[in-house]
Ligand binder design. Structure first.
Ligand code: HQG
Length: 178
């Protein structure tokens, strides 16, 4: 059986970006039947058991996936590029949230603000360590401070994913500081 990290990466790809890679469809809230997922993975050279799938979900370092209450469905908690409605609850953010990026993006970010690019939301975190890790995925990390409470007070809507990623449509540059 492939290792857990490999399965997790494959699941991220399928459940956030390309369900058609293994011939499945997500429902409008991003769920897919666990049985369909496992059957179609098996058809595509990745036979894993329900127990192994549970292990991936529960040991995942960022809690990227969730089951529904009766374990019949699974979905990715955030990070989608395909259009889904995660039915997220709006939340009051802390005073400051953080965004990890890299230097080459800064001119554009300070000109246009933060955009969701290929994803459904801009991703922010409550701690600098997470922002550091997110930035590091693109190169030498730079951490931006976002005046989230001020934005909230001005009517911007914030969501918090199941795995504690703060999500928002966009962040205008006036609220972004180095
Ligand atoms: C940048 C991972 C130029 C933005 C992480 C980032 C996260 C701009 C890149 C999640 C810009 C997009 C998302 C603008 C934004 N001009 N560059 N106006 N606005 N950018 O990967 O936030 O491990 O789509 O700074 O942990 O890096 O997959 O977003 O550098 O939570 O679970 O455009 O992905 O989660 O890159 O990461 P991404 P992200 P997983």
């Amino acid at each position: 059986m492939p290792n857990l990290t490999h399965i997790s990466k494959l699941l991220s790809k399928i459940l956030r970006h390309q369900p058609d890679l293994i011939g499945i469809q997500l429902d409008e809230n991003s769920w897919v039947e666990v049985s369909t997922l496992l059957q179609n993975l098996a058809k595509h050279q990745t036979s894993i058991s329900f127990e192994q799938l549970k292990e991936v979900v529960y040991t995942n370092n960022k809690k990227r996936f969730s089951f529904n209450d009766d374990f019949s469905k699974i979905r990715a908690n955030q990070g989608h590029s395909i259009e889904v409605d995660l039915a997220l609850q709006t939340q009051i953010p802390p005073d400051i949230l953080y965004h990890g990026t890299v230097e080459k993006n800064l001119t554009s970010i300070f000109e246009k603000g933060l955009s969701k690019m290929n994803r459904q939301h801009v991703h922010l975190s409550a701690d600098t360590e997470t922002a550091q890790k997110v930035g590091m995925r693109h190169g030498k990390p730079i951490i931006l401070k976002i005046e989230s409470k001020k934005m909230y007070d001005q009517g911007y809507v914030f969501y918090l994913s199941e795995n504690h990623v703060w999500l928002i449509d966009s962040v205008p540059s006036e609220f972004i500081h180095l």
